[in-house]
Write a protein that binds this ligand. Structure first.
Ligand code: NAD
Ligand code: LMR
Length: 445
């Protein structure tokens, strides 16, 4: 069957992930053929570094795709079927502050968890909402697939501020974890796993996993996780684990699992269950933002510049973003009605029976031309329910703070976070973050 060709804009064209996503899209032309590929960013110089290389890559490997890069929203968002959005409002330099300010007070400093995630959320909300508005103005039938972080806060904000928008929020972390799980249980690919999972973004648990034949994978998996976390016994496997901080996170899943051995956890729960350990094992002067700037950003941009100068990418080291393939699965399901089963961040409305309807939860959904249909995960136990309700309240308070420009609500959000020990520490962090964020945040009253 001939698949209808699609037109895609990548918003955040200058992202360190874009080149890998372009390679992945080119590799998947049989499943998700493109007629147009556009880049959009609000930083022309940064986008150009990536765009000049991708122009060469597309010309060499898929010349039938019409490629362009622009900072003009009308040009970018006109005649589009899908927006793939991965912006980082404030860039890696603000991420560094999100991480380092809490650490000064002995609190977890992380991109999406704790006060750093809230600070990033306050910056991201208007950026993502602006992309929705461009899409609705210039291509009202398009879908936005958003993986800009912090996805949980962004999802709550877009639910409230643009309730009818065709936006789907999705995260690559469950996919990355399932890649390791496939290795552990001896399956070829994570797409061979059928899972039941519930929670929030970066805050969830798997209750069941089988292969496509229905064989239970949990006993073998649990035996492994209890000893090694999600790291392979010999410490290799998932490409993420080449970086020390990720190796530590995958190994620490062992201790997160120990708290509730009836489920297996998302790795991010370490920030909430072992914040003291995380702080003790973080260098407050060299955080994950520094690691990304020193490695991924430097390497990707140097390679892009090399390709643009050589005008060939034949021998490039840029690899197809392996766990970015979920984006093609999602877009393909919407375009070609494949009824793919995927974990998405959606309005609860009964998917977790004993949780508020208006919480934005991460659960398996069936995706087709009709959009997504969440599957019911039933009732959840006290431990997870307590943790989730606390975290939902934090995320809702951040969006309240943004909408009402309320200092009080943001202070409450930081106070309520499981990562913060007291209201006084929350206040100190908040006050310093207000200074650091300047015009990136609305002025709080
Ligand atoms: P990055 O800073 O390298 O790139 C982000 C790009 O977004 C920059 O070029 C920046 O100029 C642009 N941008 C910022 N604000 C914008 C706005 N309002 N409008 C248009 N463009 C804007 O960041 P990165 O490290 O590549 O991460 C990008 C995002 O993707 C982050 O939110 C990150 O958390 C998320 N993420 C994506 C994946 C994935 O698999 N694709 C995985 C993990 C995280
Ligand atoms: C990133 O890739 O920048 C993050 O979203 C995850 C991380 O810390 O690497």
């Amino acid at each position: 069957m001939m698949l209808e060709k699609q037109s895609v804009v990548i918003a955040g064209g200058g992202s360190t992930y874009t080149a890998g996503i372009v390679m992945m899209l080119i590799e998947n032309q049989d499943k998700f053929p493109l007629r147009k590929l556009k880049f959009y960013d609000n930083d022309e110089d940064r986008q150009n570094i990536v765009a000049k290389a991708c122009e060469v890559i597309v010309k060499e490997r898929a010349p039938e795709i019409e490629f362009s890069a622009t900072t003009d929203p009308e040009e970018a968002f006109t005649d589009i079927d899908f927006v793939m959005a991965h912006i980082r409002v404030g860039g890696l330099s603000m991420r560094e502050k999100d991480e380092k300010i809490p650490l000064k007070y002995g609190v977890v400093g992380q991109e999406t968890c704790g006060p750093g995630g809230m600070a990033y959320g306050m910056r991201s909300i208007p950026g993502v909402v602006e992309l929705i508005d461009y899409m609705e103005k210039y291509s009202p039938d398009a879908w936005m697939l958003n993986y800009s972080n912090p996805a949980a806060i962004v999802a709550e904000a877009t639910r409230r501020m643009r309730p009818n928008a065709k936006i789907i929020n999705i995260c690559d972390m469950p996919v990355a974890i399932k890649k390791s799980i496939a290795d552990i249980v001896g399956l070829e690919s994570e797409s061979d796993i059928v899972d039941r999972y519930y929670g929030l973004n970066h805050f969830g648990w798997w209750t069941e996993m089988t292969d496509k034949q229905g064989n239970d994978l949990m006993p073998k998996l649990k035996e492994h996780v209890a000893k090694y976390g999600y790291a392979a016994a010999e410490g290799e496997g998932n490409p993420l684990l080449e970086e020390n901080s990720w190796m530590d996170t995958f190994q620490k899943a062992k201790d997160v699992y120990a708290v509730d051995p009836t489920t297996v956890p998302n790795t991010y729960l370490k920030y909430y269950l072992y914040p003291d350990y995380v702080v003790a094992h973080t260098d407050p002067n060299h955080t994950r933002a520094n690691e990304v700037m020193d490695n991924r950003e430097k390497n990707v941009f140097a390679e892009c510049e090399r390709i643009a100068a050589a005008q060939t990418a034949e021998d490039t080291t840029i690899e197809a973003g392996e766990h970015a393939e979920f984006i093609v699965q999602l877009a393909g399901a919407l375009a070609y009605n494949t009824y793919e089963r995927m974990l998405l961040i959606v309005k609860n409305e009964g998917a977790i029976v004993n949780l508020a309807d208006d919480a934005m939860v991460e659960v398996p959904c069936i995706v087709s031309k009709r959009g997504y249909e969440p599957l019911c995960m039933g009732k959840i136990p006290h431990f997870q329910k307590g943790m989730i309700e606390q975290q939902v309240a934090v995320e809702k308070l951040v969006v309240d703070a943004f909408e009402e420009k309320s200092y009080q609500k943001l202070w409450q959000a930081m106070t309520l976070s499981k990562t913060v020990p007291s209201a006084s520490v929350a206040k100190q962090i908040l006050d310093e973050m207000i200074d650091a964020n300047g015009n990136w945040w609305p002025e709080l009253n």
